[in-house]
Design a protein around this ligand. Sequence first.
Ligand SMILES: Nc1nc2c(ncn2[C@@H]2O[C@H](COP(=O)(O)OP(=O)(O)O)[C@@H](O)[C@H]2O)c(=O)[nH]1
Ligand SMILES: [Mg+2]
Length: 383
Amino acid sequence: MKIKKVLVSSIQEGMQIISKELGEDAVILSTRNIGSESSENDSKIEIIAAIDESFSNEQKVVNNDIKNLRSNNSNGVKLPEDLSKESLIYSEGLKNQITEIKQLLSDLSYRVKFKINNNQNDEIRAIFNGLLDAEFSEVFAYKIIDELSDLVIDDSIREDKETYLNYIKAKAKDLILKNIKIFPSITKSDNCTIISFFGTTGGGKTTSLIKLAILFKIIFNADSVILSTDVNKVGAIEQLQTYSSIAAIPHYAIFSPEDLAIAIEDNKSKDFILIDTTGSSQQDKELISELKRLLDIVGDHNRFLVQSCNVGKATFRQIIEEYSVLNPSGIILTKLDEAAALGNIIEIVNSEKIPLAYFTNGARVPDDIEPASLHYLKQFILL
Ligand SMILES: Nc1nc2c(ncn2[C@@H]2O[C@H](COP(=O)(O)OP(=O)(O)O)[C@@H](O)[C@H]2O)c(=O)[nH]1
Ligand SMILES: [Mg+2]
């Protein structure tokens, strides 16, 4: 850091001297008036300024790069004169790259540890390969193996290879699921319990809702009502009509937010109000905002994101991110019967920390639904 003190007659004069001697990036640390005993006209201003040379050098690099960009710009693309915005974007880009490099290094450290750790035996390697087969990412698998290698395991368990393998398999499953949260089980209470179901089209919202409505009736002898805001999809109302007439559970079509507010008020004496909604692509921000406005009318209630597990990792992550504006209280993970492995989904649920509420594992109504549990998930981690 370079510091400069100047005594000048005006701020302007001071700024000129400072920018000439310290450069444009200098910052003013303090200014004060120093009066003269002889006359007021002779009073001076003391300015202390400083420049952080390392920052200034970084800035020069950026500026040089911009200059190079200009001189190498042979393809005729016009670069704007004012590059201050561009340098900001450039440094933002640099920052992102540094973050990515940090992440890569952290991931790499797991790989290196795994490779150089001589304690890795055949059983641990088998688990590692099993994790990859179960569609966990390499990095996640390395982390689990790293934690597994740190476990203190009794010699009596290690003696028999099969006992040992089964033991570490069970431990690996515990480690994989240790951050997964489970939604508290829903029971009939003295008050009306309201649950909304939302998510992408075809994810299993309506079927899950009907399954739960019938189960609540069988288990709690509950009095429920179904409100459906999904009035535009062809066949949606008919689908509800069929099930609700078989199960003798009333259902109402909701055409506007006002309808919803009235229907909620009218049915407050029921044990459960179950709200079905129109499916929307996670990329349709407008539809999701509209849904948010609708559900906000309901106030505090259980909001379930219904999502099938037969989508890729990136899509599943995007769905959770985009639907997070609706504050899901839990996830209903559907179509487990169609999944061969769940590693990619488990990994995301692990990091996103939204509790799992129910699993559905088939199209049979109401049989194919289960309250979520870690025990149930374990069978999908085939190690
Ligand atoms: N295999 C299987 N099919 C399911 C499951 N849940 C729902 N479905 C089927 O998926 C399709 C779409 O379900 P639906 O509830 O209408 O989805 P929505 O658009 O989200 O309301 C229907 O044919 C359901 O029978 C499940 O857990 N397993
Ligand atoms: Mg539906």
